[in-house]
Design a protein around this ligand. Structure first.
Ligand code: MN
Ligand code: MN
Length: 450
């Protein structure tokens, strides 16, 4: 089966050119003039042809005390496809006492209903005599990135000695550590202080996670990673303070990468004032910040000191959020966004002149592929998987729960207008989305990374 995509502008992280793109079966066959006989021709006149999105940070079917996050791999991957995302990186979070490799096997089974290819960051949540060998076993099973939490200490967070051991082990084995960097103990103290004063609404959420609790954690983990010579990827960076520590480390030649999320770029902390039903959906961590933080993040994307944009997609329903109706500490943290990442970057980044189109492609596909070793993804080149997004810049949409595909009755971007939309999405050579319709349901596969 040969497909010819013609008439469009091919946009990669390094160039914009008008050329034909040819697909044979699952792979990109050629870019440029050729005389293959096409079984299907896609007219992409007036459109951009880009690599399918890679979302490096999603939580499908995540267990929490308020139930599972409301998208599973099937509904979440469908939502992602509608927004142009064709690869997901989710997480493996073991139970206490469970081995990392057992947790990885279990997680693979939970992901079999994904329509797109996927891989995982594996989370050591404790340090035992077996943890080092379990990390090594995961690396032999195709995992190269390990996620640690400095917050949520009562659940998955690590104490400093365990964090140190993970950085040392992963560094020695040639992997990478990704980190949720917030000062967990300080935040827990602040949360309990607010609760003791009777401040129990979502208003307390940003106030109990002030900017310095991220900045201090980022500074600390960068120092620990340097000491252990471990490559470090800092997830969901939200503050100007954190960025200054990251930029200093990068300037010093340390291997430190940073990710931010669309919500830190287009929303701010004014949303926490109001009734529970209107504010609980914004309870996600780190919290939304001030306009000056968003501006620092856009600047960092432009200067490429932030390399990737992930969504931290972790939706809940209002019913689930109500677990914390009388105590913000019990509100499940997270919000959906996998469907909106590219449209938000395009509208508020590219069209506002904050980033170029090629930079957008880099942060939403090429850089995640390079950083996390997805060798067949993230670019448009002969021999790579034909995961392709054909973007129509001439459409407008208003984000709404009434029209989104995420499995939740909440949307933190409700009412926000976006320009541009997916016209066609190809997953390994198969057209899956055509003008807003899901026309095929491919079977995603686990990607081994080495
Ligand atoms: Mn997190
Ligand atoms: Mn997360």
């Amino acid at each position: 089966m040969i497909t010819r995509i013609t008439g469009g502008k091919i946009v990669t992280a390094s160039s914009e050119i008008y050329a034909d793109l040819w697909i044979k079966d699952e792979q990109i066959l050629k870019i440029g003039e050729a005389d293959f006989i096409a079984d299907m021709v896609i007219d992409a006149t007036g459109k951009y042809i880009m690599p399918g999105g890679i979302d490096p940070h999603v939580h499908m079917h995540l267990p929490t005390p308020a139930g599972f996050s409301s998208d599973d791999f099937r509904s979440g991957s469908i939502a992602g496809l509608h927004g142009g995302t064709t690869t997901l990186i989710d997480f493996v979070t073991p139970e206490h006492g469970q081995s990392l490799i057992d947790a990885l096997d279990k997680r693979k089974n939970e992901a079999v209903n994904s329509l797109v290819d996927y891989t995982f960051h594996v989370s050591p949540i404790e340090w035992t005599e077996n943890t080092a060998s379990e990390i090594e076993a995961c690396m032999k099973a195709g995992i190269t990135s390990f996620k640690v939490y400095m917050a949520y200490k009562k659940a998955v967070g690590l104490e400093d000695d365990a964090l140190y051991n993970v950085l040392k082990t992963v560094g020695e084995l040639g992997g990478m550590v990704t980190v949720h960097a917030e000062m967990g103990d300080e935040i827990d103290l602040l949360r309990d202080e607010f609760a003791a004063k009777g401040i129990l609404s979502p208003t307390a959420h940003p106030q109990t996670r002030p900017n310095y609790t991220e900045g201090d954690a980022v500074k600390k983990v960068i120092e620990m990673a340097a000491e252990n010579n471990c490559p470090l990827y800092i997830v969901h960076v939200s503050t100007a303070e954190a960025m200054s520590h990251i930029q200093l480390a990068q300037k010093n030649g340390q291997k430190v990468w940073a990710e931010t999320c669309p919500h830190y770029l287009v929303l701010d902390d004014s949303v926490y004032e109001g009734e529970f039903a209107d504010t609980a959906k914004y309870v996600l961590s780190p919290p939304l910040r001030k306009h000056k933080d968003s501006e620092a993040l856009w600047q960092s994307l432009k200067s490429e000191s932030v390399q990737t944009v992930g969504t931290d997609h972790c939706p809940f329903t209002l019913e689930q959020k109500r677990a914390g109706e009388h105590d913000f500490r019990k509100i499940p943290n997270g919000a959906g966004g996998v469907e909106h990442r590219i449209a938000l970057l395009y509208t508020y980044g590219v069209l506002e002149g904050k980033i170029t189109l090629s930079q957008m492609v880099n942060m939403m596909a090429t850089a995640p592929a390079k950083i996390f070793g997805l060798d067949k993804k993230g670019d448009l080149r002969e021999g790579l998987d034909a995961d392709i997004l054909i973007w129509d810049p001439n459409t407008e949409q208003e984000i709404s729960v009434a029209t989104h595909h995420q499995n939740t009755d909440l949307n933190i971007y409700e009412g926000i207008n976006t320009k541009g939309a997916t016209a066609h999405v190809f997953v390994k050579g198969q057209e899956v989305i055509r003008y807003g319709e899901l026309i095929e349901k491919p079977k995603g596969e686990f990607i081994e990374r080495y």
